[in-house]
Design a protein around this ligand. Structure first.
Ligand SMILES: NC(=O)c1ccc[n+]([C@@H]2O[C@H](COP(=O)([O-])OP(=O)(O)OC[C@H]3O[C@@H](n4cnc5c(N)ncnc54)[C@H](OP(=O)(O)O)[C@@H]3O)[C@@H](O)[C@H]2O)c1
Ligand SMILES: O=P(O)(O)OC[C@H](O)CO
Length: 347
C-alpha cells in the first residue's frame, strides 16, 4: 500500500495541445518520484511563458506538489484565470515580451501578498532596465525575486541535478520561492543581491557568444580559459557601475552560469557564436535557432551603456562588432590579442 503522505500530484502535459492548455496540476496521484512529500501548504504558482524555461520551472514546482498554471499567449487559458489567487507569479517571458506582458497585467486584481519572480536573462533595449526593475516599477508594493543560475533547461527537464539562486531584498519572499522550487535534484540558494544575481545571468550571455566563437575557431583550452576569465572581469566591471556586489559574480549566478553557458552546446548563446565562427550570418543563425539567445540584444544594450558611462568592455565590443557584421571572427580575435599592454588588475 502506498503511503498517502509520499504522494505528489504531478503535472502532465498532453502532447496534442499547447502545454499551457493542460498544465494546471492533474488530480492524478503518483508516488513521489522526487522523494518529496506533498507540502502541508501548497502554493498557487502562475508561470508566464510556456517556452523552454517556463515549462521546466512549471514542472519543478508541480513535482513538489504545488498548484501550477502555465500561461502562453498562444494557449487558450486567459491570463486573468491563471493569475487568480496566485501566491507567486513567475515570468519566464523572453526579454522582448516582458514590457508587453507587464502592461497586460498591470491593472489585474492581484493580491498585495503575491510575490513576483523573474527568470528572464536580458535587458530592456528602450530603458536598459533589468527585468526585475521593469516588474518592480510596475508593482512597487510587491516583493520581486530574481531566479537565476546555471540552469540549462534541457538538463533540468532530464532531471539532472542543478542549483540556482533566488534573490530579493525581501528575505521572506526569497525563502518562500526557495521552498517552492527546492528538491533533491534542484538546490536553491537565497541571496539578498537581486541586481547582482540578475546581472550575472544576463551579462554572461554575451561571453557565451564569444566562447562559442572561440570553440568554433578551435582556439584551444588556454584561449577559452583566458576568454572566460577576462569575460568575468568585464561582468564585474559593468555590475559594479550598476551597483551590484562583486562577490555575487563569483557565485552560481555569475561564474556558475558563465561556466555552464560557455561550455555547453545546449546554450543558444554559445550556438550563435559557434555558428558565426563557421561562417553563417546572424540572420541565418537566428532564423534556425530554437528558442531565444538573449545575448544578441543584451550586447547592444551593453555597448550603449559602456559608451555613456565610459566603461571598457573589449570582449563585449568585439562581440557587438561581430554581430553587426563589422568584423570577422578572426579579426575580432586579433583585435583582442593586440590591445595595449596593461596590468591584469587596474580597476
Ligand atoms: N532555456 C533555458 O535554458 C533558460 C534557462 C534560464 C533562463 N532562461 C531565460 O528565460 C527566458 C526565456 O527563455 P526560453 O528558453 O524559455 O525561451 P523561449 O523558449 O523562446 O520562450 C520564450 C517565451 O516568451 C514568450 N514571449 C515572448 N514574447 C512574448 C510576448 N510579447 N507576449 C507573451 N509572451 C511572449 C514566448 O511565447 P511564444 O511561445 O508565444 O512566442 C515563450 O513562451 C530568457 O530570458 C532566457 O534567457 C532560459
Ligand atoms: O540557452 P542559453 O544560452 O539562453 O542559456 C540558458 C541558461 O541561461 C543557462 O543558465
Amino acid at each position: 500500500m502506498t503511503n498517502p503522505k509520499s504522494k505528489i500530484r504531478q503535472a502532465r502535459f498532453a502532447s496534442e495541445a499547447h502545454p499551457s492548455d493542460t498544465l494546471l496540476c492533474t488530480t492524478e496521484e503518483k508516488t513521489a518520484s522526487d522523494g518529496q512529500n506533498l507540502p502541508p501548504n501548497p502554493k498557487s504558482v502562475a508561470i508566464l511563458g510556456a517556452g523552454a524555461w517556463g515549462t521546466a520551472l512549471a514542472n519543478l514546482a508541480a513535482a513538489n506538489g504545488h498548484r501550477v498554471g502555465l500561461w502562453s499567449r498562444r494557449g487558450s487559458q486567459p491570463l486573468e484565470t491563471i493569475l487568480e489567487d496566485a501566491d507567486i507569479i513567475l515570468s519566464a517571458i523572453s526579454m522582448k515580451g516582458v514590457a508587453d506582458v507587464v502592461e497586460q497585467i498591470k491593472y489585474a486584481p492581484i493580491s498585495p501578498e503575491t510575490i513576483f519572480v523573474t527568470a528572464t536573462k536580458g535587458l530592456d533595449p528602450q530603458t536598459t532596465c533589468t527585468p526585475s526593475q521593469v516588474w518592480q516599477t510596475a508593482f512597487p508594493d510587491h516583493a520581486v525575486v530574481v531566479l537565476s543560475g546555471p540552469n540549462l533547461s534541457q538538463e533540468i527537464e532530464l532531471k539532472l541535478p542543478a542549483a540556482t539562486v533566488v534573490a530579493s531584498d525581501v528575505t521572506a519572499a526569497a525563502e518562500l520561492v526557495q521552498l517552492v522550487f527546492s528538491s533533491h535534484r534542484f538546490r536553491v540558494y537565497t541571496n539578498p543581491d537581486r541586481l547582482g544575481v540578475e546581472l550575472g545571468g544576463t551579462l554572461k550571455n554575451v561571453i557565451a557568444i564569444a566562447s562559442g566563437v572561440c570553440d568554433g575557431l578551435h582556439l584551444g583550452t588556454n584561449a577559452k580559459a583566458a576568454l572566460v576569465t577576462r569575460g568575468l572581469t568585464e561582468m564585474v566591471r559593468i555590475g559594479n557601475i550598476w551597483g551590484a556586489k562583486t562577490g555575487t559574480f563569483y557565485g552560481l549566478s555569475g561564474l556558475g552560469d558563465l561556466l555552464a553557458t560557455c561550455n555547453s552546446p545546449l546554450s543558444r548563446n554559445y550556438q550563435v557564436g559557434y555558428q558565426l565562427a563557421s561562417g553563417q550570418t546572424l540572420t541565418e543563425i537566428l532564423a534556425n535557432l530554437s528558442g531565444t539567445a538573449e545575448g544578441v540584444n543584451t550586447c547592444q544594450v551593453l555597448v550603449q551603456i559602456a559608451q555613456q558611462k565610459n566603461i571598457v568592455i573589449p570582449i563585449t565590443e568585439q562581440v557587438y562588432r561581430l554581430l553587426q557584421g563589422e568584423v570577422t571572427p578572426r579579426q575580432a580575435l586579433d583585435e583582442l590579442m593586440l590591445r595595449d599592454m596593461k596590468p591584469e588588475y587596474n580597476d
